[in-house]
Ligand binder design. Structure first.
Ligand SMILES: Cc1ncc(COP(=O)(O)O)c(C=O)c1O
Length: 403
């Protein structure tokens, strides 16, 4: 093995072990997932779909893809799935390609309110090639469903994308479903962040209320970097051709050969949803986040959230990045993030985003959340020091990353 690559992998392994990952979109996968992703499946080209491949030698890949599709359909209550998208961004784009022509209208959550770039933001192809409209938050920091409905009635977008990357509260799927119930638009639920908790039935599945579901597979779901696209019963009823359109959009519309090793890794992660302990993992992700947000509030922080796995904390105008760097010095890894009504800039926002999936996978519980809140409080208000680093190092040693 290239000694340099080996050393880099080792350095990253140690970094993960010796710090606490509080980035809500990251997690620690099992050794089984890593083994599957690093297997000989990586060598095989399987352009096309099961039993309709463009290369020979794919009988085994057909078996694999159909098996993973079956697991994904069952877990997320979907009529049809596609497990080939390379990641979340191309998966979302495939839905745009399936449902819209260039210049047609899409509605999504503002980036500053917690939406993702691929929900129609100006710098993304989804905002450049399509006409994008936005909804945001009400004065209390919750999704403004009335505004969403108003824009739908005024602009009649053909695609509505609901989901988030930093919105800390549960989404009212039933309400969104009612607002988008007629056939004039397709509702895409982007559950990338919460998919693991939905799979564990700790959070409500959007499937009965939406048309299309997209999730990345590497966040709370604890799989490899990839994505799943699915069409629900409602989606099939609205447009019986919807699955076919999305299938064509993924391949040959956007992609070539699927990454069969990743698809198998997704299958492994879905298999682990059935593990004893998975449900407890989901419940502890939530209870840890609720305790951590409560502790930070008790210490005087303004916190958005939470009844999910993440929260956004106000750390002072424009100070998010500086605070994230200070926290990294004591082994707490977070990311700078905008807060609702941010007076900072996109590059220097005023908040940090914190989530509990990875530390819950390591086994940390409510008592440890109090220690983390104390470390965050002291680092933000007095700066990093060795005592704080020692506290985090002790937690890292007590709760190793078990693969
Ligand atoms: C809600 C949401 N959708 C889509 C994506 C895009 O996923 P990827 O980074 O795999 O392209 C992300 C990634 O953070 C996300 O949070």
């Amino acid at each position: 093995m290239d000694i340099l690559i080996k050393e880099i992998i080792n350095k990253e392994r140690l970094r993960q072990e010796n710090t606490l990952t509080l980035i809500p979109s990251e997690n620690h996968t099992s050794s089984a997932v890593l083994e599957v992703v690093g297997s000989c499946l990586s060598d095989k080209y399987a352009e096309g779909y099961p039993h309709k491949r463009y290369y020979q030698g794919n009988a085994v890949m057909d078996e694999l893809e159909e098996y993973v599709q079956m697991r994904a359909r069952e877990i997320f209550d979907l009529e049809w799935v596609n497990v080939q998208p390379y990641s979340g961004s191309p998966a979302n784009l495939a839905v745009y390609l399936a449902v819209l022509s260039p210049g047609e209208k899409v509605l999504g959550l503002n980036l500053s309110s917690g939406g993702h770039l691929t929900h129609g933001h100006d710098v993304s192809i989804t905002g450049k090639w399509f006409k994008s409209f936005k909804f945001g938050l009400d004065t209390k920091g919750f999704i403004d469903y009335e505004q969403m409905e108003r824009v739908i009635l005024e602009e009649r977008p053909k695609l509505v994308v609901v989901g988030s990357t930093s919105y800390p509260w549960r989404i009212d799927w039933e309400k969104v479903g009612k607002i988008t119930s007629d056939n004039s638009c397709i509702l895409l639920a982007d559950i990338s962040h919460t998919a693991g908790l939905i799979a564990g039935k700790t959070l409500l599945s959007p499937s009965p209320f939406v048309d299309v579901v997209m999730t990345t597979t590497h966040k709370t779901l604890r799989g490899p970097r990839g994505a799943i696209l699915g069409v629900t019963k409602r989606g099939m009823t609205k447009d019986s051709e919807l699955a076919k359109k999305i299938e064509k959009a993924v391949f040959p519309g956007l992609q070539g050969g699927p990454h069969m090793n990743t698809i198998a890794g997704i299958g492994q992660a879905l298999y682990e949803v059935g593990d004893e302990g998975y449900k407890e993992y989901c419940e502890r992700v939530l209870s840890n986040a609720i305790v951590l947000s409560g502790e930070l509030k008790r210490r005087g922080f303004v916190v958005w959230g939470t009844d999910t796995h993440l929260m956004v904390v106000d750390v002072g105008v424009g100070k998010g990045r500086e605070v994230a760097k200070e926290l990294e010095k004591v082994g707490v890894v977070v990311n700078a993030n905008t807060i609702p009504g941010d007076k900072g800039t996109p590059l220097n926002p005023s908040g940090i985003r914190i989530g509990t999936p990875a530390i819950t996978t390591r086994g940390l519980g409510e008592e440890e959340m109090k220690i983390i809140a104390e470390v965050i409080d002291h680092s933000v208000n007095r700066g990093a020091n060795n005592d704080l680093l020692d506290k985090i190092t002790t937690l890292c040693k007590k709760y190793p990353v078990i693969r």
